[in-house]
Write a protein that binds this ligand. Structure first.
Ligand code: MG
Length: 616
């Protein structure tokens, strides 16, 4: 393979009509497309015009698909199927594509006998070859008789025709638990086409799984590098092509989904190259991360008193912008008073090499943030995450690295946080929690994984008061940068009195009880938790009476696992969607308090209603 793998995408991956999908694929950087027949049938463009449109956009048409139910035990029906194929060959000639995908039959008359099947495939290949075309035969995971790649290969091998080869589809192979290793033994010139899709582990009918839940590589649970490596080792030289059926992507803005899709292929090729197969198109590894540099909150005047009550000091004022720097321990929060509701506006990470991190992000099609949006004057490299959060790469204090240090933008106020943060003792930012827009959860996970080089950590699902929530954390290898991403499991309905897309900053403390006492004494608006929670906690954990009383008094939530515990107190929601949490990790607890999230969410709602009653 050349340094850049050729990339393609099936038009079925994207929302809209061909006239929406083709420019989206081209703009995202794809080299080619698979034309999905229903997209062509529904298009007013004749095939010849589609060919010209693709040529104008710089797209090759790498595959026409699918041709279904070719083989038949009924000779008359098989003859009719060959006639049908000849018609499609004419369409392919007009499109200017030479390869058609023929998938294994699901029909009751499908051929079980492999020799007869090979004979029929040979007959089709003979007709294709006469027109300079090729047949790529694919085993559907739910094919009647051919449903694994070794069976499709057996039929192709026996047919022994130069115009007949295989289409390998990672979903069909991995969803059945087949080992892809033996693909390396198939002659490379018989691998005509490769379709890539990821998927979450689900226990359901494989057809439904395939039609609704496929994902772009890196967004699901399949080992795609482990699949691609033997395909490349076999000598496959065609494009890396995506074929993803997904209910959300089918509704999403195709331009944006295409960028997400293209990023997934670059990351897959990079991961496969790391296993010694194929070329690395990114060619700039993610620099090591050393922690959260700062979190920037857009805010009104309600936030500063809460930060002060949590022991933060306002240590700097921006030279030219209405931005304040608040600090305690290693935790830094920028408060941006430019307007807008309270929200996480930016995340900044400490990077070993900010310019390299920015080059990598650009290579992975992360949108570069216009400079004037940044909180700092220093020319910090910044990109925009899928939910609109700005992402900065810094090296705080490293003046020698151009554009990496931001602290010089702030005039010191002379204030410093007391050593122990007035008894609160925040040591740093533990993690940031960001609820994602429903349509962009998988995109966001892939974005943070690839652009920042984070790894997937814990995943979970919990029953929140206003609907099920899915959660997925991404962390760096040293667990110094952690993001907890959440999303509603279903698109939110009309009745949704919960906070929409809540966000929080979890601040690390060593002693949550002491921290909560000091914070409350200083007037922090801590969230009250109902007695029923503590009765249940008592039943489950048999804590001492004193400890339980202190928890109840301060609103401490306690999630216990075999390895330790996650203790937290939360503030009320400040503005519309953001709260702060003081978090103590005990022992080896590595979670995010998701067990307690439903209780916390209900408490936040109760508090909000109470406040609204006061106002009314
Ligand atoms: Mg396929």
């Amino acid at each position: 393979m050349s340094r850049e793998p050729r990339t393609a995408i099936a038009t079925v991956c994207l929302s809209g009509a061909l006239e929406d999908k083709l420019p989206a694929a081209a703009a995202a950087g794809f080299d080619g497309v698979e034309i999905f027949e229903p997209d062509l049938v529904a298009s007013p463009m004749p095939p010849g015009e589609v060919r010209l449109r693709c040529a104008d956009l710089g797209l090759s048409i790498d595959l026409y698909q699918p041709f279904r139910d070719l083989d038949s035990t009924d000779p008359e029906r098989f003859a009719a199927n060959l006639r049908r194929a000849e018609h499609k060959f004419g369409v392919m000639e007009a499109l200017g594509t030479d390869t058609v995908l023929v998938c294994s039959s699901v029909a009751p008359d499908a051929v079980a006998d492999v020799d007869l099947l090979a004979e029929q495939l040979h007959a089709l290949a003979e007709r294709a070859a006469a027109r300079g075309l090729r047949i790529a035969y694919e085993a559907l995971a739910w094919g009647r008789h051919v449903n694994t790649y070794d069976r499709s290969w057996e039929a192709v091998r026996r047919a022994d025709h130069p115009a007949l080869g295989l289409c390998l589809d990672s979903f069909h192979i991995l969803s059945r638990g087949s080992d892809p290793a033996a693909i390396a033994d198939i002659p490379g010139d018989k691998l005509f086409f490769l379709q890539l899709a990821d998927a979450p582990h689900l226990s359901m009918d494989v057809l439904q799984w395939s039609r609704h839940h496929r994902l772009f590589p890196g967004q699901g649970a399949f080992d795609l590098p482990g699949f691609l490596a033997p395909v490349l080792a076999a000598g496959y030289t065609g494009p890396l092509s995506l074929e993803v059926f997904n209910d959300v992507f089918r509704q999403a803005d195709p331009a944006r989904a295409a960028v997400d899709a293209h990023r997934s292929l670059l990351a897959l090729a990079e991961a496969t190259a790391a296993r010694g197969e194929g070329a690395d198109p990114v060619a700039e590894a993610a620099p090591e991360l050393h922690g959260h540099a700062f979190v920037e909150l857009s805010a009104d005047e309600s936030l500063a008193p809460v930060l002060a009550a949590l022991g933060f000091a306002r240590t700097g004022l921006h030279r030219t912008k209405p931005v304040e720097r608040w600090e305690q321990g290693a935790a830094r929060i920028l408060v941006n008073r430019s307007g807008g509701p309270v929200a996480v506006a930016a995340l900044a990470v400490e990077s070993a090499d900010p310019p390299a991190a920015a080059r990598r992000a650009t290579r992975l099609s992360a949108p570069v943030l216009p400079r004037e949006r940044g909180p700092a004057e220093a020319d910090l490299a910044a990109v925009t995450a899928p939910d609109g959060t700005a992402l900065f790469f810094c090296r705080t204090g490293a003046r020698a690295v151009e554009g990496a240090d931001w602290t010089g933008d702030f005039v010191p106020t002379g204030e410093t946080a007391a050593d122990d943060g007035a008894g609160i003792g925040v040591t740093g930012i533990d993690h940031v929690g960001l609820a994602q827009p429903f349509d962009h959860f998988d995109e966001a996970t892939l974005f943070y994984r690839t652009v920042l080089g984070l790894e997937p950590d814990a995943t979970g699902e919990f029953a929140a008061p206003f609907g099920l929530v899915r959660s997925r954390a991404v962390v760096d290898a040293q667990r110094r940068v952690r993001l907890a991403l959440t999303v509603s499991l279903l698109r939110r309905g009309e009745w949704a009195p919960g906070v929409s897309e809540p966000q929080y900053v979890a601040l690390a403390v060593d002693d949550v009880l002491a921290a909560a006492r000091a914070a409350r004494a200083a007037g922090a608006p801590l969230l009250a938790i109902p007695d029923n929670y503590y009765a249940d906690l008592d039943a489950r954990l048999a804590l001492s009476k004193d400890r339980l009383a202190a928890y109840r008094d301060l609103g401490v939530l306690h999630e216990e696992t075999a390895g330790g515990a996650y203790l937290q107190v939360c503030t009320e929601v400040l503005g519309g969607r953001v709260f702060l949490a003081l978090v103590q990790r005990v022992g080896d607890h590595d979670g995010y308090g998701w067990t307690d999230a439903p209780v916390r969410m209900a408490a936040h709602r109760r508090r909000r209603l109470a406040r609204e009653r006061v106002r009314a």
